[in-house]
Design a protein around this ligand. Structure first.
Ligand SMILES: [Fe+2]
Length: 302
């Protein structure tokens, strides 16, 4: 073989090896997880400048590691289990709830939607969430939830009954926290991708700080007359599959926030501070890269 052929063979070998290594790492990452501790406050300073959305609205990246204080609400938030491709067991989630509650009382455990991907495995998803509900009721912590865009085929009453969790879609619950503060937790339903409908935020008491739980972070652009003070979301899986060395696949999302690269972390939009979780399962294929599954413990200040 001539030198040109050798260069071609070696280059092809390097590319093939890189693809195989990347594939293996993509299969390993869904089995990992981290517990992220986040503090959110109103009017936090921007840390990454302005991001302009296609619709003309502006979103700011903000810091989520400001010092915590003992005057807010403490929330354990997890989202997007996608039970068919979830490798983080319910027992692990329960253990984290017990540990976090033991170190500082949790005021609420919240699930942010997407129990399933395909809709025929809901019984397994219900059993998963029921274990978490049992832990919450043993510890005396409210367990609240919204459903996601993949859960539209699951009847709300069935989800609520089988998982023993309180769905707050279209309604709200006042949480009187261990700190002495009170917060309104409210939720909105997700209509799914086909024939998308954006539901407004439900009517809530005006005098308390409001945290909206919305599966899809684009909901913040469609809350109606009033913005919540805070919003917690999932849905984006943190991008789920990133390329090595910070390379990006050109986004082709219809949604505004992912199109602008907003798929995880803390941001502000007008008077609302919001956080997007990377979630714990995988959508469709059991692969992730650059987006380790995440459980979030949030201290939210009034
Ligand atoms: Fe999801």
């Amino acid at each position: 073989m001539g030198p040109f052929i050798w260069i071609l063979v070696i280059t092809a070998g390097i590319i093939l090896t890189a693809i195989i290594v990347y594939g293996i790492l993509c299969l390993i990452e869904p089995h990992k997880h981290i517990v992220t501790h986040v503090t959110l406050a109103k009017n936090q300073a921007s840390s990454g400048g302005k991001i302009r959305l296609k619709c003309g609205e502006e979103v700011y990246k903000i810091r989520d590691d400001i010092p915590s204080r003992d005057n807010g609400i403490r929330i354990f938030f997890f989202s997007d289990i996608h039970i068919e491709t979830c490798f983080i067991s319910a027992e692990k989630i329960c253990r984290h709830i017990e540990e976090e509650h033991g170190s500082k009382p949790l005021d609420a455990v919240i699930f942010g939607g997407d129990i399933v991907t395909f809709g025929n495995t809901q019984a397994k998803g219900y059993r998963y969430l029921k274990k978490i509900s049992d832990t919450c009721s043993t510890l005396g912590i409210p367990f609240l939830a919204v459903t996601g865009n993949h859960d539209t085929e699951l009847p709300d009453q069935e989800v609520s009954r089988e998982c023993s969790m309180e769905l707050i879609e279209g309604t709200y619950k006042i949480i009187n926290c261990a700190s002495g503060a009170s917060f309104v937790l409210c939720g909105i339903d997700d209509s799914g991708r086909e024939n998308r409908v954006w539901y407004p935020m439900p009517e809530v008491p005006a005098e308390l700080p409001v945290i909206l739980i919305a599966h899809d972070p684009d909901s913040i652009l469609h809350t109606g007359d009033r913005l919540p003070d805070y919003m917690l979301s999932g849905h984006t899986h943190g991008g789920q599959l990133k390329l090595p060395f910070g390379l990006r696949i050109a986004p082709r999302h219809k949604n505004e926030l992912p199109s602008a690269g907003i798929v995880a972390g803390a941001y502000s939009y007008r008077s609302c501070t919001f956080y997007i979780s990377r979630g714990i399962g995988c959508g469709y294929l059991p692969i992730r890269f650059g987006s380790v599954p995440e459980i979030t413990v949030l201290d939210i200040l009034p």
